[in-house]
Design a protein around this ligand. Structure first.
Ligand code: SAM
Length: 279
């Protein structure tokens, strides 16, 4: 009989959040596949559990999944855990799950903490429909393009972010999305847990130039229902402002089009016409 693959959620900070079922399963499996064996080793030690550990992290997912599937097929039961929260959510797991499913192995969830599930309901933003965008690109140009593509999204948007990059991300969000309601959850369930709710422009000003410590979830309200009617002068002003800030005609056309629900080519042509006037 093949073994079972369990995806076991672990605490995102507070060890009291480990579930009774997670403890039972971790104690019962034959081996534990862990993103960081030292970190998971400490958790197991805290729980009084001793198990063989296999390392399974992003860079080796592709290479290690077949070996784990072979052990499962040989009858061993495996618990997959990540450093924190739910495996597979912005964490390794997907490839192993795919390989296990393809081999006919039963994959069982052992649900528990996840930063997104912990934060969204307390953010004060609608949680009935939302999009989880994971981490934004680290490079500014790419990040701005991603945000421009999301500007017309009506559902609440949720991002994972590092403290180091929070100020940069908020600056771009405020510029591209405007003063929408947003919330920041920092160090959730930990000693220095902090939740800040404000609009994006105020949040960008609050964090500008400062590196924040810790792990962060960022939730942003969706695009407002009725977009304000587009006034040509406003459009021209925004184009001039963005050009003066160094944005390319192509990038600003994309950003404005998404944010205002205007055809990109219309903005592009208008921007080119303004360019010619300047010369
Ligand atoms: N699998 C995890 C989950 O289910 O939430 C997420 C793993 S992802 C690699 C790590 C990111 O999750 C962090 O950079 C941060 O954005 C978010 N995160 C994890 N723990 C957090 C916490 N205690 N408070 C706020 N954000 C957290």
């Amino acid at each position: 009989m093949p073994g079972t693959l369990f995806l076991v959620a672990t605490p995102i900070g507070n060890l009291e959040d480990v579930t009774a079922r997670a403890v039972r399963i971790l104690g019962a499996v034959d081996l534990v596949a862990a993103e960081d064996t030292r970190r998971t080793g400490r958790l197991l030690q805290h729980l009084g559990i001793t198990k063989p550990l296999r390392s399974y992290y992003d860079a080796v997912e592709q290479a290690r999944a077949p070996g784990l599937v072979r052990e499962l097929l040989a009858g061993k039961s495996v618990a997959l855990v990540s450093d924190a929260g739910t495996p597979g959510i912005a964490d390794p797991g997907y490839r192993l799950v795919r390989a296990a499913i393809a081999a006919g192995i039963v994959v069982v969830p052992i649900p528990g903490p996840s930063a997104i599930a912990a934060f969204l309901p307390v953010s004060g933003l609608p949680a009935d429909r939302f999009v989880f965008e994971g981490f934004l690109p680290a490079r500014r140009g790419e990040r701005r393009r991603r945000l421009a593509a999301l500007a017309a999204e009506r559902r609440t948007l949720v991002f994972y972010e590092s403290g180091r990059r929070l100020a940069g991300a908020l600056g771009d969000l405020a510029e591209i999305f405007g003063p929408r309601p947003a919330a920041i959850g920092r160090e959730l369930t930990k000693l220095h847990e902090e939740i800040v709710r404000d609009d994006l422009v105020a949040l960008a000003a609050r964090y500008e130039g400062s590196a924040v410590r810790g792990e962060i979830v960022l939730a942003v309200g969706g695009a407002p229902q009725a977009a304000a009617p587009v006034v040509a002068e406003d459009l021209e002003d925004e184009i001039r402002r963005r050009r003066a800030a160094g944005e390319t005609v192509r990038d600003l056309a994309e950003a404005i089009a998404s944010a205002r629900g205007v055809n990109r080519r219309v903005v592009y042509r208008l921007a080119l016409a303004l360019e010619h006037q300047r010369r």
